[in-house]
Design a protein around this ligand. Sequence first.
Ligand SMILES: [Mg+2]
Length: 368
Amino acid sequence: MNKISRLEIYQNNIRLLEPFTISLGTVDTITAILVRVHDSEGNTGWGEASPTPFVLGDTPGSVTSAIELIAPMLFGEDPTRIERIHMLMDAAIYGNTSAKAAIDIAIHDLVGKICGQPLGRLLGGCKDKIETDASIGIKDPEGMAEEAAKRVKEGFKVIKVKVGIDPQEDLRRIEVIRKRIGEEVRIRIDANQGWTTRQTIDVLTKMEQYNIELVEQPVKGHDISGLGFVRRSTSIPVMADESVHGPGDALHVVKSDAVDYINIKLMKSGGIRKALKIAAIAEAADMECLVGQMVEMNIATTAAAHFATAVGNIYSTDLDSSLFREDDPVVEGGVRIEGGYLILAHEPGLGINVNEKLLGKPTRVYTP
Ligand SMILES: [Mg+2]
């Protein structure tokens, strides 16, 4: 029997090509916490946490502290018993979903290698590829339209426009972008909780003419009744992002009839295992989902892409972090974007290799 025998933590920093702004703040660097899990048979799996203080309330230090509490619970456990591993993680510490996601991803990679199967196949294998949008961060309307046009030229069929700072300027952004990229390309917008309910209904009414595919999280994450009010007041479909972290939140928005879609992210849910449960709750409500991400490196992005291709009611993704950062020399292989689609290699587990020489020494090592 395979047993978990060792766990290592690494830190990997990479700069973005330019600062990326959403209504919650600006990011210019990714600080990823990488986790490697070893088993007794010499297999290893890689995972990644992307600490995101303004959404998840975590930091590289808090992720490391959470993993330090969880690691001793895992030694001697069979990595194929992923449900049991989640019960142990949840018993060790509340919340801390990105730390748990890193371990969950590493263990899924490990199990994929043990089984000799790509992760997407192990998880259900619904499709071979899936589209991703290209996100446009907040700046002046003309600059955003320029960037949107460039992405359309690269083959993207969906543009996700960040809004949520000022409704009037946001309306102008959409007007300028739609004029620039024409009617064929889908536009979805994401306010990241930046508008009030009243502002949302007012601005969406004016945006209806620009053929908006959906509006993501216009109001505060805790305001489920506000989301429902927006949904009943506009013809533009509403998607929950910050309102849904785990399966319990998914059940809440479904029962409240508050949204049309859920944006599932591994860092919010606590990894793939919990993300599958969110998708199942949505499926039971006849609801489709999208898979998104924080600003991430390629281990977490590849895990999200495997999950997205595996599940039937996931119709699209927002897995475009690679557009905004320099190429990461540390992580080789994994998902790549081609003509607006995510393409995965047919290799066991995540299908990534980590260049350990470039990554350097682990910051922490845990053994029994
Ligand atoms: Mg969002």
